[in-house]
Design a protein around this ligand. Structure first.
Ligand code: SD4
Length: 292
């Protein structure tokens, strides 16, 4: 039975381990990915996703998440959602619908309420403390507020060759209320088509969304690029383009899998990620912009 999982950042490790068990027991990509992302969302020590996520500039935790089914291209997303425990599960539920698949703010919360999802204050003492300290530091040192943000993004292919992708994040630390990053946006933060492959991104959403980079990686794989070459090309070409046009580019990292279960990673910063497959248990790799 073959499967492959790829996920962004070290924080995905425990979730990927849970997902690996599910896939070894013949479970589906869909079940595996939801379990894995919930595992990150539920951990208060992972301060950029779910419970204990990084607050916005008024001290509130607003979360973005998405889920996409590569067999049907069904996708669901929530953005700027407050006070719900597992945004990825809400996104997954939305992906089953024909209409109203991407909900934001109070609309997303109303939907989650009617569907019976768990309400929870997502601000922990730890994230509140980090917010207060950061506010003080920003004022005292006159710093740019935007620092510290990561997304858990994952792509999975299961033994049926079904593929899924999902993301979850609190987005940019100290963002303005209502700010939405790439992680909720199809084609930018994630995209998957089981006939080709899937990709997910992490880094500065404001830059990732300008290049629709997850879609770009899938498009390159469809053109015949290996996952590694597709991820490298998407990150490198777009980083160069933004530098040329604006003189500056933010952090961009992408992970991907093709429909054969082969994986790749592209990044313009040092970037840890997690891979597991039927051949090996979850393993943390570190990539950087020099060796891809
Ligand atoms: C965002 N891309 O909201 C996310 C944050 C992130 O590494 O992944 N940072 O812009």
């Amino acid at each position: 039975m073959s499967f492959t999982i790829i996920a962004t950042w070290r924080m995905a490790f425990e979730g990927v381990s849970e997902a690996t068990k599910i896939l070894r027991d013949n479970g589906s990509a869909s079940e595996a990915i939801e379990t894995a992302i919930k595992c990150v969302e539920d951990n208060p020590l992972y301060t950029s996703v779910g419970y204990g996520g990084l607050p916005n500039n008024v001290g509130t935790v607003e979360l973005d998440a998405a889920y996409m089914n590569g067999d049907t291209l069904g996708l669901g997303a929530v953005a700027s959602i407050k006070d719900y425990a597992n945004p990825v599960s809400i996104a997954k539920k939305l992906s089953e619908d024909r209409f109203n698949i991407f909900l934001v703010g109070s609309g997303a919360e109303a939907y989650a309420h009617t569907q019976g999802f768990e309400r929870k204050n997502m601000l922990t003492q730890l994230s509140n403390k980090a917010w207060k300290e950061r506010m003080k530091e920003i004022h005292e040192k006159n710093l740019s507020p935007y620092d510290g943000h990561d997304t858990v993004g994952m792509v999975v292919i299961d033994h049926n060759k079904s593929m899924v992708a999902a993301t979850s994040t609190s987005g940019l630390f100290m963002k303005k209320p209502g700010r939405i990053g790439d992680s909720a946006l199809p084609g930018s933060g994630y995209f998957v088509d089981s006939e080709i492959g899937g990709a997910t991104a992490t880094g500065l959403g404001e830059d990732i969304m300008k290049g629709c980079l997850s879609y770009e990686v899938v498009r390159l794989m469809e053109e015949g690029y290996t996952p590694q070459n597709a991820a490298d090309k998407a990150v490198n070409d777009f980083s160069e383009k933004l530098k040329r046009k604006n003189g500056v580019v933010g952090a961009i990292s992408l992970v991907c899998i093709n429909n054969q279960g082969e994986w790749g990673v592209g990044t313009n910063v040092e970037f840890p990620f997690v891979v597991a497959s039927d051949q090996h248990e979850p393993k943390i790799y570190i990539s950087n912009n020099e060796d891809g």
